[in-house]
Design a protein around this ligand. Structure first.
Ligand code: F6R
Length: 245
């Protein structure tokens, strides 16, 4: 794993976007899976800007949704799908046929997992995953304790995720379950970036970097990825011991 520490959230976002642009320019038909949420928001802004400036073309890429709150869809403000469409796909005019998402409103969620897994099996592996880190160390909705060898699955959300997740919604939502790509997809991805900002994440970043590789801290898996990157801003890195900085 390579750690890169940026001086600010803006620099972190710009460097992450630069990395993605270089990646796509080398492989324009990349299969991508990006997290929703606050952390990648500015990276997406840069990606949209770069695309408008003609520095990158996403039209041949395929985007696989990382995760979703069970029961929510594209029309629900705060859902992952809503976020990805609003912040990335619509500004980039991505053809909907190039996006593959779990239908988290489906009755048969197991079939949804199988459908997305089959797509990845037939078209993958995923070239590049950009994932965020939960306050509890989760990646996607791979909550603490999730085995590293799972593909897509549904999950009973951790209490921390239910509490923190309220920030995405204007109205009260009952957040109980999630559907997510598994950590095996992350391990199989050719390149994986874990992006983390803000001082509130500094304690969990310290666990990721200086603790054991363990399912109790799913983010720690980035240390055993064959091409894993941990991109931090100074605040997220603020509790790391000097040799890691
Ligand atoms: C969202 C996702 C989550 C977030 C994580 C950090 O699609 O996969 O794992 O990446 O909860 O969220 P933020 O960036 O909002 O702090």
């Amino acid at each position: 794993m390579r750690i890169e520490i940026s001086n600010s959230y803006d620099e972190l976002s710009r460097k992450t976007a630069d990395f993605i642009v270089n990646f796509i320019n080398k492989k324009p038909d990349s299969i991508l899976s990006f997290a929703a949420g606050n952390t990648p928001e500015k990276t997406f802004e840069y990606l949209v800007q770069y695309a408008r400036e003609g520095k990158v073309d996403f039209s041949k890429c395929k985007f696989i949704g990382l995760d979703e709150w069970v029961g929510l869809g594209k029309e629900d403000e705060g859902s992952c799908k809503h976020f990805m469409h609003a912040k990335l796909f619509e500004p980039l005019s991505i053809n909907p046929s190039n996006t593959i998402f779990f239908d988290a409103c489906a009755k048969d969620l197991e079939s949804e997992c199988k459908r997305v897994d089959s797509f990845i099996e037939q078209n993958g592996p995923i070239d590049l995953m950009l994932v965020g880190l939960g306050m509890n160390g989760h990646i996607g909705f791979n909550e603490p304790g999730t085995p590293f060898d799972l593909y897509s699955h549904t999950v009973d959300l951790d209490d921390v995720t239910k509490e923190v997740g309220k920030k995405y919604f204007k109205k009260h939502m009952k957040l109980e379950k999630g559907i997510t790509l598994g950590l095996r997809h992350l391990m199989n991805a050719k390149t994986a970036i874990l992006i983390v900002s803000e001082s509130k994440k500094a304690p969990v970043v310290k666990k990721v970097v200086e603790g054991d590789v363990t399912p109790e801290i799913p983010g720690s898996i980035i240390k055993i990825h064959s091409n894993g990157f941990l991109f931090l801003d100074r605040d997220a890195a603020s509790m790391l011991s000097a040799p890691n900085k």
